[in-house]
Design a protein. Structure first.
Ligand code: HEC
Ligand SMILES: [Cu+2]
Length: 403
């Protein structure tokens, strides 16, 4: 690299450190902490950094000074070191050692130990929220309020494909954010439906793995209303970059209003399950569900990804591992090298329960009967499929109850 280029890059880096844009954080700074854990973490970090700098700068200065002042050309000769022998030498060795032990285990150790215990202290929460990760979205449930919803990426496909300019919150925007009250201790019980994911919101100071087959707990007590963004922090497959976390913190009063509105919505969804819908209504709703949830794997074109995700379009060839093919054939969705449309009953079964042992997820707890009916109607009448028959939510409901 040319010197000029190196200097330009160094100047750019320096400028970003010392002169961040108005209101922006320089890159080395933490996001403003809004929970006790995040505050403690930042405190320990700053304490650590201050002590390290206070030790490092004088010692480095002494070393550099000695190198310069006692150089060979001035006639200095190297000293011969032995182990400490005089009491004075012992003091010079043991005192710094004791000092470091004290800094490590007392000055830093006590606050660090305190915060590690505090992170694990999920006793007496005012609210418990279940967080379930799956490829590639989050599901949030509030068991005490009977509210449950999925939260998936809402960045438009055109922006992802580079056909539209990226928004300020590119890949960090979701359809249904996690809503939490401020000033109340919220217990987050974290689980995974498939592989390991990780729930990470920097402003909360927490990063908790979601491990299949086990429950992990952490807690937050957010002190300021606002929008806090995070990410899945564990590489979890091709959609890993597409499962952001958005938390909206509301004052307890606003939170109560939100709960009431969500409960009303849930009641309306339950009522919808017993209504009948026209083909057009189901197709429109189904397209929305498909684009949001199924297209990640089966693709917006319905043609899937060779070897991994089968096409939804019937009559298209699909080659994959014998286990995947056997699952499809057994359910009536595969014949002579092609994916075909199986029966409605089998289609409902696949969407409700997923295909165990494959990436096809179970949607029973994530989608309403209406959404499942709509997406099945859509799949059976799009991408060149012409079933002609609407699938009504009542059919899905009765399949659900037959288990
Ligand atoms: C995480 C990826 C993923 C998502 C999301 C997903 N599927 Fe699948 N799906 C699969 C895989 C993989 C298979 C094949 C599994 C096998 O053969 O064992 C499959 C198979 C199917 C099949 C049977 C084969 C076919 O192509 O017709 C249907 C029907 C289906 N999925 C519907 C859906 C619907 C509806 C949704 C959205 C509500 C959806 N899938 C979302 C991965 C996914
Ligand atoms: Cu993930």
């Amino acid at each position: 690299m040319r010197d000029g280029k190196v200097i330009a890059i160094a100047a750019g880096l320096l400028a970003s450190v010392v002169a961040p844009g108005a209101g922006a954080h320089p890159f080395y700074e933490f996001p403003t902490p809004v929970t006790p854990i995040a505050q403690e973490t930042l405190f320990i970090h700053n304490l650590f950094l201050t002590i390290m700098l206070a030790l490092f700068i004088p010692s480095a200065a002494i070393v550099l000074y000695s190198l310069y002042a006692h150089r060979k050309s001035r006639g200095h000769v190297a000293a011969k070191f032995t182990r400490p022998t005089t009491p004075k030498q012992w003091v010079f060795v043991l005192l710094p050692f004791a000092g470091l032990v004290f800094i490590d285990y007392v000055i830093l150790g006590i606050p660090a130990f305190h915060s590690i215990l505090a992170i694990a202290d999920t006793r007496d929460p005012a609210l418990t929220v279940r967080v379930t990760a799956s490829q590639w979205k989050w599901q949030y449930a509030y068991p005490s309020y009977g509210i449950q919803f999925t939260s998936s990426l809402s960045t438009p496909q055109d922006e992802i494909d580079g056909k539209a300019p990226p928004d300020k919150h590119f890949l960090r925007e979701v359809d249904h954010p996690l809503v939490l009250p401020t000033n109340e201790k919220v217990d987050l019980v974290i689980a995974s439906d498939d592989v390991i994911h990780s729930f990470w919101v920097p402003a909360f100071g927490i990063k908790q793995d979601a491990v299949p087959g086990s429950l992990r707990e952490t807690w937050v007590k957010i002190d300021k209303p606002g929008v806090y963004r995070g990410q899945c922090a564990e590489l979890c497959g091709v959609g890993h970059a597409f499962m952001p976390i958005v938390v909206v913190a509301k004052t307890p009063t606003d939170f109560a209003h939100w709960v009431a509105a969500e409960q009303a919505k849930a009641a309306a969804t339950r009522a919808a399950a017993s209504q009948t819908f026209t083909m057009a209504q189901l197709m429109q709703r189904g397209q929305g569900v498909y684009d949001k949830i199924c297209a990640a794997c089966h693709q917006p074109t319905g043609l899937g990804i060779p070897g991994a995700f089968p096409p939804i379009a019937g009559g298209h060839p699909f080659a994959a591992s014998p286990a995947l093919i056997a699952n499809l054939a057994q359910r009536g969705f595969y014949r002579n090298g092609d994916v075909v449309m199986g029966s409605v009953a089998s289609h409902i079964g696949i969407v409700l329960h997923g295909i165990p042992g494959s990436p096809m997820p179970a949607f029973e707890s994530q989608l309403s009967a209406l959404d499942i009916a709509a997406v099945i109607t859509f799949e059976r009448n799009s991408f060149g499929n012409h079933d002609g028959q609407p699938v009504e939510p009542a059919t899905v409901e009765s399949a659900e109850h037959d288990q």
